[in-house]
Design a protein around this ligand. Structure first.
Ligand SMILES: C[S@@+](CC[C@H](N)C(=O)[O-])C[C@H]1O[C@@H](n2cnc3c(N)ncnc32)[C@H](O)[C@@H]1O
Length: 394
């Protein structure tokens, strides 16, 4: 196919139409992600368990990959259809303009999750879809995709999923999980996942304009997310995305978007951000991570014990992710810690707003916060509670 023809198809199939997308989230974070998408200008934003459906032009979905803090991945829905017979699947798969979205000759990983469907054989479903894609690329003179090797993280993901008689074929825009912001060198002992850190800050209504303290900062995830938010830096600024390899990708426009967002960002957080940890190695790690994330300037990190260090000027927002049960050795020790944290909060942080990552919801009471709200999300085989409240004045 001539370049002119491909270019025409790219405009007609990729850039002009509105598409449907699905932003995957950890269950519990859907409403926050929906709010992010609405703020970005997405249409028909509809949360469901495990993610958010939305409509947008491809350009907005590209920006969503760059900006979403609480999502794990964005799928572009190429086809949404009723399926009863194998012919239905073949017909729909053959109608996808694969040449516009698949890099010629690149590894393709087809995942199938059709529940309650007439079509039961997942291997055959993947084969039908893969064959349709290969045929279409060959027809226009391009190298067909190749099946990915097991564990190839860089392969383009394609998903066929659905329930009963409905199925969809979707292409992954993101590549690596979006919580991988591209800066983390080493995690430290128990790093918080970045989407959860961002979710806690959003639950607390953090807008970057009040002093922020993480008194148990570990590898620095919360202060780094806070600095990004405060400065208006996109979380995806330091990583690559699957859509960058698509034939329809607009390199110049993408580079312009990233450059423009960085130019618009503040040079430093709008209010002080302080991370402390009693472990000096953690402080050094957090410092290194903040620099790798490009937010080293304007984030202060120092050694200090939460129970004895004086609070910084405030009130502001205190966020923390204390050590949890398994690591502390026993549930009783963790409960005891929650009670001691609560005492210290009331003693020294009256009037501060407070966000805490808790590994057991029942410890919330020990913290003594007032006007609390909480969300729960899975993390590392556990369920964590993200709790927000205010420390009462003495
Ligand atoms: C679960 S980790 C925090 C992880 C962090 N949110 C991250 O993403 O890397 C808990 C941290 O609390 C610190 N810590 C424990 N007791 C402390 C205390 N009394 N004062 C300050 N830091 C403390 C530990 O050194 C550890 O780094």
């Amino acid at each position: 196919m001539s370049n002119v023809n491909l270019e025409r198809r790219i405009k007609r199939q990729a850039w002009f139409p509105e598409h449907r997308f699905f932003a995957v989230t950890a269950p519990g974070l859907e409403a926050l992600c929906a709010a992010e998408l609405t703020a970005l200008g997405a249409g028909e934003v509809q949360p469901e368990t495990g993610g958010v459906n939305f409509s947008a032009k491809l350009e907005l979905a590209v920006a969503a990959n760059l900006w979403l803090r609480t999502a794990g991945r964005v799928w572009l829905r190429l086809k949404d259809f009723r399926v009863r017979l194998w012919e239905d699947l073949t017909r729909q798969a053959e109608a996808v303009p694969w040449e516009v979205f698949l890099a010629p000759g690149a590894p393709l990983n087809i995942q199938v999750a059709l529940k309650g469907s007439n079509l039961k054989h997942t291997g055959r479903i993947a084969e039908v879809v893969g064959r349709a894609a290969a045929q279409r690329l060959r027809e226009v003179g391009l190298a067909p995709p190749v099946p990915s090797e097991p564990g190839d993280e860089n392969a383009q993901r394609l998903q066929v999923r659905g329930n009963d008689r409905r199925a969809s074929i979707s292409l992954d825009m993101s590549g690596a999980h979006l919580h991988k912001r591209g800066w983390r060198a080493q995690g430290g002992l128990a790093p918080l996942r970045e989407d959860l850190a961002a979710a806690l800050l959003m639950l607390c209504g953090y807008d970057g304009r009040e002093p922020l303290l993480d008194p148990m900062c570990g590898s620095g995830t919360l202060v780094i997310e806070a600095a990004s938010l405060s400065r208006g830096l996109p979380p995806g600024r330091g990583r690559s995305f699957a859509f960058e390899s698509w034939p329809c990708h607009r390199e110049a426009a993408w580079n312009y978007l990233k450059r423009h967002t960085l130019e618009q960002a503040l040079a430093a957080p709008a209010a002080p951000i302080l991370g402390r940890d009693s472990n000096r190695e953690a402080v050094a790690l957090a410092q290194g991570n903040a620099e790798l994330a490009g937010v080293g300037q304007g984030v202060d990190l120092e050694a200090g014990d939460f129970f004895t260090a004086a609070p910084p000027a405030g009130p502001g927002l205190l966020v923390m992710n204390p050590p949890y049960g398994k690591r502390l050795g026993s549930v009783r020790q963790a409960q005891d810690l929650a009670r001691r944290i609560g005492q210290r909060l009331t003693q020294a942080y009256g009037g501060w707003r407070c966000g805490v990552v808790l590994y057991r919801p029942e410890w919330a009471e020990a913290l003594g916060l007032s006007e609390t709200t909480a969300i729960t999300a899975p993390f590392g085989g556990l369920h964590v509670t993200l709790l927000f409240g205010t420390v009462p004045q003495k």
